[in-house]
Design a protein around this ligand. Structure first.
Ligand code: HEC
Ligand code: HEC
Length: 309
């Protein structure tokens, strides 16, 4: 009896030690984390940082809700998800409540690996699954741009997540399974604009995060990427944006470029809700970048639209 108890105790301890080791951000670094290095002594390019900031749509989640000035990144938005409600944090340059005391390298680690400066995992509700594709120097430029925005006081409330999702450490296991840590690599066989569109769409733009179905663990189903999916916040269905007849098959590059600038679809409709927020950001991009994203989306393989079960 006593012996059985001891064996059980040892197993539980080994299990706990295994969980602790596997879920350590250090373990993720060893297995996947790479390419974090910033170019030494490089002056940040603020124009590039601004472009990527707007491609990244940070304001959609981090702007203080209900304020006209979307560059006030004080957080507080309650982001609903199938795993509970996240209260989006302050990422303004405020030193105590925001990220004003962070170094560029710490910001790059958060954006590409989902790890905070004090070594905690961030939840993938923050779409670093896409941001991980960004080049570290680009992320550092984005950080420099964010540091030019207003510093906002105040912290968001703690997240409201039921067990087991409230165990932050568990995100380490999720990352080992679903976060590959790969920086975007351009394909020399494709044009510069197609590569740029791929980078913007799959990296900062994180378009697939809403426009794809997910598996039970909340990861995007790879071969159904961009075919639409349930709205992550539970408000209906997000449309197919592959060039299938059930998606944007009849659209031209100009139609799509125009949507990203004005929100107008070719059939005189206007996108709203979460896509309205996306367009508020993409409207700030250069015409070339919008056209590159449009060209990339129209080059995708056709996939039939996701249908709600
Ligand atoms: C879909 C909503 C969403 C978008 C878009 C988004 N974030 Fe976040 N972000 C979150 C959530 C939720 C968290 C909190 C995650 C956690 O607590 O683990 C977060 C956390 C962060 C953190 C960590 C803050 C801290 O104090 O630990 C940083 C930095 C950050 N986001 C930067 C950005 C930047 C920069 C962008 C745009 C490129 C962006 N986020 C876009 C939802 C979002
Ligand atoms: C936060 C979730 C979200 C993100 C991120 C997002 N979208 Fe959307 N998108 C939507 C929703 C919801 C709609 C439907 C809006 C409507 O009908 O009013 C939509 C509509 C669209 C449409 C119109 C499709 C049609 O058939 O009318 C296009 C094109 C589109 N999105 C492209 C993009 C691109 C490109 C990106 C990345 C820059 C992106 N979306 C990012 C949620 C999102």
């Amino acid at each position: 009896m006593r012996r059985a108890f001891l064996v059980l105790l040892v197993l539980v301890l080994l299990g706990a030690a295994g969980f602790w080791a596997l879920t350590s951000p250090g373990t993720y670094d060893l297995v996947r984390g790479q390419n974090l290095a910033l170019t030494a002594n490089r002056a940040p390019d603020l124009a590039n940082g601004r472009e990527l900031f707007y491609a990244g749509g940070c304001t959609s989640c981090h702007a203080v809700p209900g304020q006209d000035d979307k560059t006030r990144l004080g957080g507080g938005y309650a982001l609903k998800s199938p795993f509970g409600t996240f209260h989006v944090p302050n990422i303004s340059p405020n030193k105590s409540d925001g990220i004003g005391a962070w170094t560029p390298a710490q910001f790059v680690r958060a954006m590409r690996e989902g790890v905070t400066p004090d070594g905690q995992h961030l939840y993938p509700a923050f779409p670093y699954t896409s941001y991980q594709r960004m080049k570290p120097d680009d992320v550092a430029d984005m950080f420099a741009f964010i540091m030019t925005l207003p510093a906002v006081e105040g912290r968001a409330k703690p997240h409201e997540l039921p067990f087991p999702y409230n165990i932050r450490r568990g995100v380490g296991l999720w990352k080992l399974a679903f976060l590959n840590g790969k920086v975007f690599e351009s394909d020399p066989a494709k044009s510069a604009s197609l590569n740029r569109g791929d980078y913007l769409t799959n990296g900062p733009g994180h378009c697939a995060e809403c426009h794809s179905p997910r598996n039970l663990a909340g990861a995007i189903v790879a071969d159904r990427r961009f075919s639409g999916g349930p709205d992550p916040e539970g408000r209906g269905t997000v449309p197919n944006i592959t060039p299938d007849a059930s998606g944007i098959g009849g659209w031209t590059v100009d139609d799509l470029t125009n949507l990203l600038k004005t929100g107008e679809t070719p059939n005189y409709d206007t996108v709203g809700g979460p896509m309205g927020d996306v367009v508020r950001n993409t409207a700030q991009l250069t015409d070339e970048d919008r056209a590159a994203m449009a060209e990339y989306l129209l080059s995708l393989p056709k996939r039939p639209a996701y249908k709600a079960p």
